[in-house]
Design a protein around this ligand. Sequence first.
Ligand code: HEM
Length: 508
Amino acid sequence: MEGAWAFILSASSFLFLLFLLKLQRSNKRNLPPSPPSLPIIGHLLLIKEPVHRTLQSLSDRYGPVLSLSFGSRPVVVISSPSTAEECFTRNDIVLANRPRMLFFEIMFYGGTTIGAAPYGPHWRNLRRLTSLKILSPHCLAGSLAIRLEEVRLLVKSLYEVAAVAGGGGFARVEMRSRLQELSFNIIMRMISGKHYFGAAVEAGDTEVARQFVEVTKEMFELTGMDPGDFLPVLRKVVDFKGRERRMVDVAKRSDVILQGMIDEVRSRRKRSNGGQEVESKTMIDSMLSEGYSDDIIKGHILSIFAAGTDTSVVTIEWAMSLLLNHPDVMKKAQAEVDNIVGRDRLVDEADIHKLPYLQNIINEVLRLFPPAPLLVPHESAEDCMVGGFDVPRGTMILVNAWAIQRDPKVWDHPTSFKPERYEGLEGDHAYRLLPFGMGRRSCPGAGLANRVVSLALAALIQCFEWERVGEELVDLSEGTGITMPKREPLEAMCKVHDCKIANVLAQL
Ligand code: HEM
């Protein structure tokens, strides 16, 4: 009995000492400033949609390195170029981890996908494959024909509507669904070699595409902040609006579609070479040749699709909306395309680098409307320091690119759309303009995104005159969704420029 008391006494003293030590350590820490918080839930009640705007106003009050707790999870929000630079230079490796999130675990193959995986050999392997075998400049040159053809189909479909329009030749067109088809087809043709939307596509394929779009849309809706991620104790007892069950259901449905895509490529490879493996062409081919498991391939299809389609769609849609509200900028861009390309042929990707004003427009669109306003959350793998403050290991890091890109201390007239601001500043805006992130975890698709957005925008400007549907400006309110889409899908009036370009379009 005496022995038991002695054990209990020494164990409690040990725990008490441990507690004191922890308290002393956390008192010694110089944590970033933080608003008052509530027990257990921390600052969760402060976080309202759109989150990047809420975090911006908190950072305005508490500073560019802000400490919050989302339930039990410590969070640091970064909102200045210099602190973002510290994150992605000195601390780049320490902050290259991703936090574990419920939706990654359930819908993204246990968090083994490129965007979700922790920094380590598995992630490096996927990143190498993506940068060298799928999105390298060499591979992008190989997929040029896909982009040209899909952009041709886009302008041709608009031409067909505009050609039969009365009222001075202007036709009213809805842009979002057309841009979604463009982006979906480009990405899916690179992934699986198949065209899913369009006149010449089999009904079965369009149905698969429709289901896949539906499933990924549901996935996007479930990828926001999840109470179960921040209050894991309650996760066992409270079913937060059935989210977890919905995630499991969506994951099952998406898995069936993705497996179908792999099986189709596998049997095509067998057929086309008498049972022997054929040379790699698509992303699925490359991954099958390298012996990746079906689950890793499915996760990669999902990641590339999720990261690569909507981001380009919203960028082109915001760009067109801003151009419609700024006819002077539209005119200048049209003059540039006319000068460099003319109207005897359709613009090509080789022309893009000769169109600096167009590039400035795209930079300005991505500054005002970054499709990932808080980038993708990072996590500290070790204790580190940012802006003179301690950031403990296991802290979720949110870089508020949206706030940095609209900061009046960093940009003149930050909310104005002024593509001219970049003239003479080529490449001189690192860490002030970071829509693709920076460092090891930055976007590997930036090169592809730039090609798709530039080519589509150049072709739309080259072929058509554009006007708003009414007198009033296009509404630039943000809707909900992780890629910060425009609240209302864009509608505009379009008319073929002249008979020269009409001849080109008629022959497409
Ligand atoms: C305008 C278009 C795009 C924008 C603005 C954009 C932006 C971003 C951002 C901000 C990140 C996170 C960076 C970070 O964690 O710090 C990211 C990650 C990623 N993006 Fe993009 N992206 C775009 C298009 C694309 C495209 C076309 C693809 C592929 C086809 C792609 C593939 C990825 C992948 C795989 C990741 C995860 C990288 C990792 O965790 O290692 N993105 N993107």
